[in-house]
Design a protein around this ligand. Sequence first.
Ligand code: GCO
Ligand code: MN
Ligand code: MN
Length: 348
Amino acid sequence: MKRSGKVAYQPRPEHHFTFGLWTVGNPGRDPFGEPVRPALSPVAIVRKLAELGAYGVNLHDNDLVPAGSTAAERDRIVREFQQVLAATGMKVPMATTNLFSDPAFRDGAFTSRDARVRAYALQKTLAAIDLGVELGATTYVCWGGRRFALEAKPNEPRGDIFLPTTGHMLAFIYTLDHPEMVGVNPEVAHERMAGLDFSHAVAQALEAGKLFHIDLNGQQVGRFDQDLRFGSDDPKGAFFLVKLLEDAKWPGMRHFDSHAYRTEDEAGVWDFAAGSMRTYLILKEKVERFNADPVIQQLLAEVDGGKSARVSFGELRNMNFDLAALRTRGYAYERLDQLTMELLLGVR
Ligand code: GCO
Ligand code: MN
Ligand code: MN
């Protein structure tokens, strides 16, 4: 069987897998329980992810430089971090700002009612962009640089977040003074929380040329923010997403914005990180099989009966349709879906 690499499903930097310092570094706190794992240092995270085959790490300002650090402390931390990046070859493709932990942001950051909080959020963001540039980042994610990727989320931590979906963000971008600088960073969990189909949001962003970044994870509809391991709760949805990204040859970062289960110790965190990348590569191979499967491709070709009937707008008014045939034809989607499922379940 053809595998995507020399060793089966072995992640390599060319696959562009990235993790947030806040994702593998998440100590497992939840609204009801204290942290269950010791904090991992950013330097240790970079070393371990490099060993697992990742391309890089992304960070919020305070994931690297703790809030309240002096300028000298900041510079020392950044220097040490740059050393480990250089030593491992790991990159920082994306930077972002923590605009949620500080109690000052409890009425929002850019959208706070208090103008002083909005100004502080802007100042903090400018500093975070400078930090990102210093570390070589080319995308800045704004959840709530040089390229700005807006990340939509419908709720949590606030009840109703403005611009709650990727579609809202896309519409908003064209109202900006510099829409060419701004794209989106859609997240699986966020569109699913809104009950939407994630692949549709990503496809629309791709078509608009606005897919600057992506946050991969898993989420069940109707639940709190779960940040599950990519593909673990909805393998079929994950398959169609990987298919979309790979078929489009999208060159961007496959960033995992998810957390290990709260039950895990440090070894479990690295199982989570390795598993995220492995699942992506397995699904990528399934995409290759789907695209090469003669029966599936035949069904896809047959379903598209309208292609040969394509006519100019002028001809359309006088065209005769065989409505009896159109009304009675089947689409064979059940067969197609079953074949897809069998491929995913490993019997095809
Ligand atoms: C969340 C978001 C964050 C953002 C991150 C980058 O639900 O908390 O997904 O993880 O992705 O803050 O801006
Ligand atoms: Mn999220
Ligand atoms: Mn995210």
